[in-house]
Design a protein around this ligand. Structure first.
Ligand code: ADP
Ligand code: MG
Length: 368
């Protein structure tokens, strides 16, 4: 799957822009706040129907405007053209279409045009709470396992019903275990399905991640991703039974797969506490490359890779090693942003043909 043309209309700081892509590696250069990251985010929208950076669609409408659209023309490996359009008509009326046909459910689109974003904000995965990591792994899995996504949505619905009842019981200082029964049943059913898939995919993820990490660090370090869930020792029923009193006190469900976490280790030490900035960066890069490999394996599509300012702090040798790897199978199209044109030309251009775009104040222009 290759993106051949991208059109933006009232998207963030772009009034109107159009780009045509040739070759496989495309680089955007320009000053800070000129609009480089916004282009990558637009491509992310085409794959995931939403922004990588902002929650909700409203912040992406150009200031003072009422709607935006992003249109992408893709070609498949067999030469078929696919037009994807994401548009928003205020207020909150989002449409996603494929070849002019609107999707009824956006989740049907997820995974058809996969993308992998690599950004400096990925450090949140190491430094923030468990929710960020759960959401990340859930979104990776959802790109290729629709049943998983369905189960997750159903689990979360049952959970919010149960939490609402617990909150009422807490406020009214009453308890009625039987009232929760219907939601307990659902949580039990979906928790098992979610747990089993997380275990399965974590094994696959760990395998790819360890390989990538050792490649990126010249085999000097061993890295692992470990999945942690209270369902490893208990079944959901006993967890709900045992925590009923503490759930009542809290006013929400304290145990279950919604509290799972993933632990990141480098040489058996927790990355958050012991790894240097450089080590964390390699770890996260390997994580995203593992995401790439799994998505490729499971969907049969080559995801589009988006590198946002990532080569900024890697040494030139490592950047060239990365680019050489990206020029080989199973990698496909790559988009890169950087503040320095010369750095792109000298380092990336030395090992691969590249297409350069100058970004300036909400305009994009291909270099002559
Ligand atoms: N909804 C919006 N409307 C207009 N401008 C926006 C909107 N959202 C973000 N911007 C602007 O986009 C610019 C940042 O673009 P970005 O792509 O992050 O720059 P960079 O080239 O540094 O990656 C900022 O100047 C910001 O104010
Ligand atoms: Mg940027």
């Amino acid at each position: 799957m290759k993106l051949e043309r991208l059109k933006l209309y009232n998207f963030k700081n772009y009034a109107e822009a159009e780009m045509n892509f040739e070759g496989s590696i495309h680089c955007f250069y320009g000053k800070n706040a000129s609009g480089k990251t916004n282009i990558l985010d637009a491509i992310h929208y085409l794959g995931f129907t939403k922004s990588y950076f902002t929650g909700g669609d409203k912040p992406t409408i150009r200031f003072g405007e009422e709607n935006f659209s992003i249109t992408g023309r893709f070609t498949t490996p067999t030469g078929v053209t696919e037009n994807i359009k994401v548009s928003l008509k205020s207020p909150g009326q989002k449409k996603v279409s494929r070849n002019d046909k609107d999707y009824q459910r956006f989740s049907d689109h997820i995974g058809q045009f996969p993308v992998v974003m690599i950004s400096p904000s990925d450090s949140d995965l190491i430094n923030n709470g468990s929710e960020v990591r759960r959401k990340y792994f859930d979104s990776v899995i959802s790109q290729f396992d629709a049943t998983y996504l369905e189960n997750l949505i159903r689990y979360n619905k049952a959970l919010s019903h149960r939490n609402r009842l617990l909150k009422i019981m807490k406020d009214k200082r009453m308890q009625n275990r039987a009232q929760l029964e219907v939601w307990d049943q659902q949580l039990m059913e979906y928790a098992v399905a979610i747990f089993e898939k997380r275990v399965e995919y974590n094994k696959l993820f760990s395998k790819h991640h360890a390989e990538m990490h050792s490649r990126l660090t010249d085999e000097t370090e061993i890295a692992s991703v470990e999945y942690d869930s209270s369902l490893m020792e208990n079944d959901m029923k006993s967890l709900l039974d045992e925590s009923f009193q503490s759930d009542l006190q809290a006013g929400f469900t304290t145990k279950g797969v919604h509290r799972d976490d993933y632990f990141f280790y480098i040489n058996e030490h927790r990355a958050r506490r012991y790894a240097s900035q450089g080590q964390q960066k390699s770890y996260l890069l390997a994580l995203k490359m593992a995401q790439y490999m799994i998505t490729n394996e499971k969907t049969g599509h080559k995801p589009i890779l988006l590198f946002d300012d990532v080569f900024d702090k890697l040494d030139p040798f490592r950047v060239q090693m990365m680019i050489k790897m990206l020029c080989q199978d199973p990698f496909g199209q790559v988009f890169i942003t950087d503040t320095h044109k010369l750095r792109i030309e000298d380092i990336i251009g030395a090992v691969s043909p590249i297409q350069l775009f100058k970004v300036e104040n909400g305009t994009v222009k291909a270099d002559e």
